[in-house]
Design a protein around this ligand. Structure first.
Ligand code: SF4
Ligand code: SF4
Length: 370
């Protein structure tokens, strides 16, 4: 489909068209000093004139001179919580007065939802989670139902804060596929492109003019700027060499070094758009007549995560951090045929002590070269 131009003044019309097509909309907005995704009803809720400044262990918003809606890169959440819920009831059991038990599966939600202003790295992360939750021997009914009913409106990045490294991780700040509509913001509006029949039918209701060559060029330059300004890098390609380097250094002294700094808090696993571990807890009513089985996000940084038949097999921070990193960019390849890192930089930003995945990998690689 050709590139079209949507003036900022028509963003509300786009949201209305998405809504009229039957989708509830979840999109970016500022809340408590961060950009988060939540129900979006009006274009006024978008993070106008806001940009995120990030460094290891630091995130803040600053006002920009130009009043743009998508001048930011990301916040603590990806779209993961919209598809793989942080907490979710899976089934319940009730005891009646005769003592008989009735088991009932909790049905997944089927509300059609548009995820608005999704970043390219988060689309890549979603495709990785699709492999975990859909392309498995036991597909997850809840994730699958939500994923089937989702419309993706991508917002290409024209800005990279200091922790982004999607290019080095094998991606790019532009969504290349798997979107229904893609937008790149330029002065006064957005260069748009439909990526599916549904996206095209929504865009067609707006009677937009074609984008001019100058507008397409400005959009392209914005994306290139985001790519070229990324300074963080993985020390080796993310499609195999990094994995081999790590597995050759399971006893490297750097694991002891990082364990001195890591708090085992699990923030990195919560914000990572590809981490998928979970626990199922029984929430039993005090009167003993009802129990609900609730799935909650887990983390490989907890003691419980590696408890196997009377023994915690990763009893300290060193073995937990090593497990996280060697899985993320190492054994993930064997399991899912790709790396588990898309280079969004969230684990660096939201680590309370600023541990930087690229620095840790580089340190191990440097000593290998020495
Ligand atoms: S490991 Fe860190 S940089 Fe990589 S995808 Fe997860 S949060 Fe993003
Ligand atoms: S690396 Fe940072 S965010 Fe992750 S568990 Fe350690 S201290 Fe927490």
């Amino acid at each position: 489909m050709p590139y079209l131009f949507l003036p900022h003044t028509q963003l509300q019309a786009l949201l209305d068209a998405i809504s009229q097509a039957g989708f509830a909309i979840i999109g970016p907005q500022v809340r408590e000093g961060a950009i988060v995704y939540d129900w979006l009803n009006t274009a006024e809720q978008l993070p106008w004139g806001m940009q995120d400044v990030q460094s290891p262990g630091e995130y803040r918003l600053r006002a920009t001179k130009e009043k743009l809606a998508f001048a930011w890169a990301n916040g603590p959440q990806a779209i993961k919580p919209q598809l793989f819920k942080p907490t979710e009831s899976l089934w319940e059991v009730t005891r009646d007065e005769q003592g008989r038990l009735a088991f009932q599966e909790k049905k997944p939600e089927t509300q059609a939802t548009a995820l608005f202003a999704v970043k390219a790295c988060d689309i890549r992360a979603m495709l990785i989670q699709d492999k975990v939750f859909i392309d498995s021997d036991h597909p997850d009914a809840h994730y699958t139902a939500r994923r089937k009913n989702v419309l993706i409106v991508a917002a290409n990045c024209t800005y990279s804060p200091a922790n982004c490294f999607c290019v080095s991780a094998g991606g790019y700040p532009r969504a290349e596929a798997h979107f229904d509509i893609a937008m790149t913001e330029i002065t006064h509006g957005l260069v748009m492109q439909a990526g599916s029949a549904t996206g095209e039918s929504i865009v067609n209701t707006l009677s937009l003019a074609s984008a001019t060559d100058a507008q397409i060029k400005q959009a392209q330059q914005g994306i290139e700027h985001a790519a070229n300004s990324q300074s963080k890098k993985l020390p080796l390609p993310n499609d195999g060499p990094l994995r081999d380097m790590l597995f050759n250094h399971l006893d490297h002294p750097r694991w002891d070094d990082v364990a001195q700094r890591c708090l085992s808090c699990g923030n990195c696993t919560s914000v990572c758009p590809t981490c998928f571990c979970s626990n199922v807890e029984s929430k039993t009513a005090l009167e003993g007549q009802h129990s609900e089985q609730v799935r909650e996000w887990g983390s490989c940084f907890t003691q419980q995560h590696s408890y196997i038949v009377g023994k915690v097999i990763r009893p300290d921070t060193k073995t937990r951090y090593r497990q996280w990193l060697t899985h993320k960019v190492g054994s993930w390849h064997e399991q899912f045929d790709s790396s588990g890192c898309v280079g969004c930089g969230r684990c660096i930003t939201w680590c309370p002590v600023g541990i930087d995945i690229t620095e840790e990998l580089t340190a191990i690689h440097q000593e290998e070269k020495a």
